[in-house]
Design a protein around this ligand. Sequence first.
Ligand code: MEV
Length: 314
Amino acid sequence: MPAFTATAPGKIILFGEHAVVYGQPAIAVPVRQVQARAVVQALPGEKAGRVHIQAPAIQVDARLEDLPPGHPLPATVSETLKELQIERLPACSIRITSTIPVAAGLGSGAAVSVALIRALSAFLGCPLPDERVSAVAYEIEKLHHGTPSGIDNTVITYARPVYFVRQQTLQTLALPAPFTLVIADTGVPSPTSLAVGDVRRLWQAQRGYYDPLFEAIGGLARAARHALESGQPELLGRLMDANHTLLQQLTVSSPELDRLVSAARKAGASGAKLSGGGRGGNMIALVGADRAPAVSAALLDAGAVRTIITQVAP
Ligand code: MEV
């Protein structure tokens, strides 16, 4: 029996996290060094509907029906079946593995969904097009964190740099030249849902303060698109620094993130900021390719638990 395998990359937000939930533009890129993988294989001789699922990273080794209600894995399976208008899965095993750190702003939840939707729909003989994969993954994102903008499922499904505005047609970015990022993990897990929920409560209590912050972040994302498409890395770095300051004002930075951001700047990064929901998780530094090892070493010295050097290519 053939196995149906699909993978999906991690992602990083370059500009516009949080503000994107409120309709502002944001820029995100795939991170191919880390990925989620789903493998679906028929279990001949077993009763239809019998599904065994393994996801060692989150200690799942169970029958699908035995997972608690609201668990994202059975939800992904049932949303995929709904999309395909298929009532019941043939007996099968599903194995999910991932090298994307969880709760770190790298899109682990969305990548697992995208890989599973693709592998399942291929197993069922109806591979879904990207647009539908992303739409189904968005339904699962809502379970993970209530009011997602949709940027994570979009950049991970299309695996291309995107300029994203909620509820608008996808815009991929034309990059004239590759550039290098160092991504550093504070080691502090921070589920996106908590930071997004906190920001929502702050905004509800004081819209007059937070709306202009979101608008200013959106302005930086627009300027960054221009800087990226016209190949101006120095300007891009300054825009990242400015975005980090606004994210501090949104209360989503942390002492660990601030320490890594300033270590990266001291080591020669042209700009640095937290990335994703914040409060922990990852930060990013824009570097010349030759400075990447030194900036990475400085980040590890300053307490990062892991760094990834990644080239963002057109
Ligand atoms: C999460 O990767 C980015 C946030 O803006 C949330 C979202 O857009 O759904 C914090």
